[in-house]
Write a protein that binds this ligand. Structure first.
Ligand code: KG4
Ligand code: ZN
Length: 328
């Protein structure tokens, strides 16, 4: 079956085609609205919704062309039902349900985070179940135990800011624009390690939760004194990475698991990857990442998650629905 995936939860319009027959991603395309929102220093929800409306049809045509298929070949549709911006989600839901009605095919709402945490299964090197997933995006920081499709257990999560949010806010403090995560991590690579030391929030909390909101205050204090931006960036990244990595190791040990999956935008961070790979070699576990282009929001992970659910008979019968706030 050919499954069309639609992602419109925030500021990326993602569309993809996944073929369940040979388990292959046929095509995917993403339009990022970053340039449009940049002027405002953050996502403007109404502008995001309007832009999604304009992008969905051309992107669908594009993936059909890339994949060498026709509209009538689509056998099922998955769309991001939540969490995310209500208006943006409604655009994807309306489009998916209208198209599903016209084609007479099933339409399934997908949890955005389920998409992220299954996305490493689209790589050539795929993890086996069970595994621990670290979800680190602009809106979420969670550790999940994943025993199979639809079988997720929350191990720990952030008490305040998400890791990506901390990156973006700190980048703003350093004048790096929006969204600053990638720019901040590039700047940090030029910084001297150990020049400044920031706190390691909740490192010794004894649980698997996180807290990142205090870090930006610590960075703010540093920037008030004489400082070298690259060294501050380095101190920030070193702190976030140390805490994330330590909690990943604890999660694996506590659950007796040896496979770790890293998903979400912050998973693209080079320092995080290098540190996880080093710990993996030391402790004898395996780390799996999505393809770099599938780390941030995309339609491929939604098509894939929908396909997995449809195949496992795990369809949700929510009808036309969006859930701006929704726990996995
Ligand atoms: O998963 P994602 O595309 O969107 C959400 O669902 O939030 O993640 C976006 C987040 C942003 O906060 C962005 O700054 C961060 O991921 N990000 C990074 C890097 N690339 C993206 N953070 C740190 N290092 C990176 N290389
Ligand atoms: Zn996301």
């Amino acid at each position: 079956m050919l499954v069309l995936g639609i992602e419109t939860s925030c500021d990326e319009t993602g569309v993809a085609l996944y073929e369940t027959g040979d388990g292959r991603l046929l095509a995917h395309a993403v339009h990022s609205q970053v340039a449009m929102h940049e002027a405002y220093g953050g996502v403007v929800p109404e502008l995001a919704s309007r832009d999604h409306i304009q992008r969905l049809v051309p992107l669908t045509r594009l993936v059909l062309k890339k994949g060498g298929r026709r509209m009538e070949d689509i056998g099922g549709i998955g769309y991001t039902e939540g969490p995310g911006l209500a208006g943006a989600l409604l655009v994807g839901a309306s489009y998916a349900h209208a198209l599903g009605e016209a084609l007479g095919v099933p339409v399934l709402g997908v949890h955005h985070l389920e998409g992220h945490l299954l996305s490493p299964l689209l790589s050539a090197r795929r993890p086996q179940f069970p595994f621990v997933a670290l979800l680190v995006s602009g809106g979420h920081t969670q550790l999940m135990r994943v025993d199979g499709v639809g079988r997720y257990g929350l191990l720990g999560e952030t008490q305040d800011d998400a890791a990506g949010e901390a990156f973006d806010k700190t980048a703003k403090l350093l004048g790096l624009g929006y969204p600053g995560g990638p720019a901040l991590s590039a700047l940090a690579e030029k910084g001297r390690p150990g020049r400044y030391r920031l706190p390691r929030p909740m490192l010794d909390s004894g649980d698997l939760d996180f807290s990142f909101s205090g870090l930006k205050t610590a960075v703010l204090m540093l920037t008030k004194k004489e400082h070298e931006p690259a060294d501050v960036a380095r101190a920030f990244v070193d702190s976030v990475v140390e805490v994330l990595v330590a909690k990943c190791v604890h999660s694996l040990e506590r659950n007796g698991l040896t496979r770790l999956v890293v998903a979400g935008g912050v998973g693209a961070n080079k320092q995080l990857r290098a540190s996880l790979d080093a710990e993996a070699a030391k402790h004898g576990f395996d780390v799996f990442y999505p393809e770099p282009e599938l780390c941030t929001d995309n339609g491929a992970m939604i098509a894939f998650a929908a396909a997995q659910r449809m195949q496992a008979g795990l369809g949700r019968e929510h009808g036309f629905s969006v859930k701006p706030r929704w726990a996995l």
